[in-house]
Design a protein around this ligand. Structure first.
Ligand code: PLP
Length: 404
């Protein structure tokens, strides 16, 4: 086993070597512009793009013409929200989303709010799940778009997308789904799920960074968008710019591998995740699962370690790449807005750690991580006066803090 260990696969994944092999020819001998119609260099590039487009469409049970290449899911989310709102502004001015979406959706919605669009941010229950009845109740005759993610990048909770899609169809409202964390890991069927627009990205499924897609439904209904980037009319006018053929070839290969390996891979990864969860929770008390116990991505484990600061814990296990629910990058030191939306208290939100297992995770890495987490948590708790008091049976909520 090699150190450091990568266990942060919700942030990004390593490129599969088979994906790199598929990309390489398109940097050198097959470097053509896929929009060059007059020579074999162009035709060769176009054929590679078409093949990738077909593979990607197949994975989500869509038609190749419904795939628009973008730079990633952030761009896809922005294009979906802003492009739809601009196109259908005569019809209405109301968007429904949830409080636990990725920042790419939340921030795009905030930007629309500044332009006068009304946005409803639906709450979630304590497992992080949206209630479809809340979606139904929020729809008005001015609602033009619903945007709900397939699975949470923080807590892994998988939303009842098919039910929400059905409601959207019934009410004649367009439905966008940020499926970035689900595509390639769990089965996704755009039609069956009633999805009209879907964002996803290559670098979360062992493909290269800088390439993603937006699925845009062409029939029943035909979805239209105002583009954010003009020039050249590539991607049927929805996203101009020369296509990055090597990245697209890699994205296509990554999708092909996911499709082939998903049935066995998801079982294996979930097995490792369950082993990690059991190993930690069997040995330590006051450890709490964030997210849904069963309706959860196979590789996701988000735990709060009471009486321990998440950032301090990460510093104690530096040779393992993990992510904490404290947004230490922000000036405000606010804990994760996703955990807060679940009703997790500030203390437990600050003590949360996200483990993200993936294709290249091994049982040895999991066992090493269990051992290191147990030691690090015990060590930090030994130094914690709060933990001492709690062990002595003092209810911390009743303590009068001198400093106040
Ligand atoms: C990673 C992620 C994104 C952003 O994708 P990029 O391709 O990095 O822009 C958007 N939504 C979700 C749910 C994600 O996990």
């Amino acid at each position: 086993m090699k150190l450091p260990i990568y266990m942060d696969n919700h942030s990004t994944t390593s490129c599969d070597p088979r994906v790199v092999d598929a990309m390489l020819p398109f940097f050198t001998e097959k470097f053509g512009n896929s929009a060059s119609r007059n020579h074999s260099f162009g035709w060769e590039a176009e054929e590679a793009v078409d093949q990738a487009r077909r593979r990607i469409a197949k994975l989500i049970h869509a038609d190749a013409k419904e795939i628009v290449f973008t730079s990633g899911a952030t761009e896809s989310d922005n294009l979906a929200l802003k492009g739809v709102v601009e196109m259908y502004k005569e019809k209405g001015d109301h968007v429904i989303t949830s409080s636990t979406e990725h920042r790419a959706v939340i921030d795009a919605a905030k930007s629309l709010e500044k332009k006068g669009v009304r946005v409803t941010y639906l709450p979630v229950d304590k497992t992080g799940m949206i209630n479809p009845d809340d979606v139904r109740a929020a729809i008005t005759d001015k609602t033009i778009l619903i945007s709900i993610m397939l699975a949470s990048n923080e807590i892994g909770t998988i939303h009842p997308i098919q039910e929400i899609g059905k409601i959207a169809k019934e009410k004649g409202v367009l439905f966008h789904c940020d499926a970035t964390q689900g595509v390639g890991k769990i089965p996704v069927n755009a039609s069956e799920m009633g999805i009209d627009l879907m964002s996803f990205t290559s670098h979360k499924i062992y493909g290269p960074k800088g390439i993603g897609a937006l699925y845009v439904r062409r029939k029943a209904p035909r979805v239209r968008l105002v583009p954010m980037i003009d020039g050249g009319g590539h991607e049927r006018g929805m996203r101009s710019g020369t296509l990055p053929v090597p990245l697209i070839a890699g994205f296509g290969k990554a999708v092909e591998l996911c499709e082939q390996e998903m049935p066995t891979e998801s079982v294996r990864i979930q097995g490792l995740r369950d082993r990690l969860q059991a190993g930690i929770t069997d040995a330590l008390e006051a450890v709490y699962l964030n997210g849904h116990p069963t309706e959860r991505l196979p590789g996701n484990l988000n735990l709060s370690f009471a009486y321990v600061e998440g950032e301090a814990l990460l510093m104690g296990v530096k040779e393992i790449a993990l992510s904490s629910g404290s947004a230490c990058t922000s000036a405000t030191l606010e804990p994760s807005y996703v955990l807060r939306a679940l009703g997790v208290g500030s203390d437990l939100a600050h003590s949360s750690i996200r483990f993200g297992l993936g294709r290249f995770s091994t049982p040895e890495e999991v066992d090493y991580t269990i051992d290191r987490m147990i030691k690090a948590v015990n060590h930090l708790r030994e130094m914690s006066p709060l933990y001492e008091m709690a062990k002595e049976g003092i209810d911390l909520k009743t303590v009068q803090w001198a400093a106040h």
